[in-house]
Write a protein that binds this ligand. Sequence first.
Ligand code: 18C
Length: 247
Amino acid sequence: AVHTRDQIELPPPAIDNRLTVHPLWPEIDRISTEQIQAAFEGVGGEIGWQLFAEEGDMRMYRREVEVDGMVMDPLKAMHKVRGVSAREMCHYFFNPRYRYEWETTLEQMTIVEEISSDALVFHQTFKRIWPASQRDALFWSHVRASSENTFAVTNHSTTNTEYPANSSACIRLFVTVCLACRSTYPAGEQPTRDNITTSIAYCSTVNPGGWAPAGVLRAVYKREYPKFLKRFTGYVVDQCKDKPLAI
Ligand code: 18C
């Protein structure tokens, strides 16, 4: 019974009709399409990507970007995970039910709007880093099947009059994140936990929204991104190991 429930809530194979009639749909569709395409472009040909973390199959690159003295370094991470599918990976990233179990920077998550089975709007507050002010974010999150054996989640900042920016002790940050996943298994075989591999491309750009010391910020970045990707992928492998593979 547990398995059946989980299956129903897996990312749908096609866009939910309720999403396509929502006012945010044109923006969600455009940004998701752009982000998924960019996620699968390599870092090799582009100038400026520097490798800053490497562990097993995980590689993390960043570009140093400052706008008016504020650090907005884009991040691009690649990883390979055996034994889980792209769809499962995206299910655990998108579904708020699991978020507190893997997201270590989170203080509080609120679901602001349930647009459809594949799109939600979240308000999140993050743990405070001394000596900077606490941050919060308001963003839509959309999961979709893209090409063959490929699923992706895109998160992007938005606004909502009931959640105005900078009205509490929190400074609003702005985020664009994409987790794009593609599964492969040997040609002519059925996919199983033993022969499936999922390639992950995770891209993130965070605008801190207000003053934050560059040194502290880059140190947090360097520590927290590898921690997140290792913890999240490990969590998904662990959650999936006794469940039937969902493609
Ligand atoms: O993508 C991830 N998570 C998703 C679900 O939550 C979603 C979230 C995006 C928000 C990312 C911004 C996180 C800011 C965290 C601020 C403080 C955390 C401190 C924690 C210390 C224990 O897409 C996974 C996200 C993994 C995030 C890694 C950290 C990135 C840091 C980037 C700099 C943030 C600037 C904030 C200013 C802080 C002042 C020094």
